[in-house]
Design a protein around this ligand. Structure first.
Ligand code: HEC
Length: 101
């Protein structure tokens, strides 16, 4: 029983917060869409249901200006101030969004 409680506690500490992720995602919809399917007019790709690790890597790469081109420059202002926790929650939320059929 104690072990279970500990496990639940650890889970709460280390699991991403999807609600916070959903709130943060509101900043991304202008280009990636409410559904995360992307927008051709913005040259923003579909991201819904993508692997969490990949999303995280790309958000960091764009934030740290390692992935730098005319498209990522447009996104940079939206990610430059995100904390590690924000990126964790955002990536988990986007990964949980249903993929386009
Ligand atoms: C101003 C438009 C714009 C906004 C706002 C924006 N993005 Fe992007 N995003 C882009 C564009 C354009 C690309 C494609 C970059 C490229 O061509 O290399 C991109 C790429 C990405 C990628 C990489 C996708 C891949 O398949 O490699 C991720 C992940 C991503 N955006 C997440 C986000 C998140 C999370 C937010 C909100 C915090 C956000 N974006 C806000 C325009 C935007």
């Amino acid at each position: 029983m104690k072990f279970l409680l500990l496990l639940t506690f650890a889970f709460c500490l280390f699991s991403a917060d999807l609600e916070k992720g959903a709130k943060l995602y509101k900043k991304c919809t202008a280009c990636h869409g409410n559904d995360g399917y992307g927008k051709k007019s913005q040259k923003a790709p579909m991201i819904a249901g993508q692997f969490e690790w990949y999303l995280k890597e790309q958000i960091y790469a764009i934030k740290n200006e390692k992935r730098l081109n005319n498209n990522t420059k447009k996104m940079y202002p939206y990610v430059k101030n995100l904390s590690d926790e924000d990126i964790e929650n955002l990536s988990a939320y986007i990964a949980s969004m249903p993929k386009r059929k």
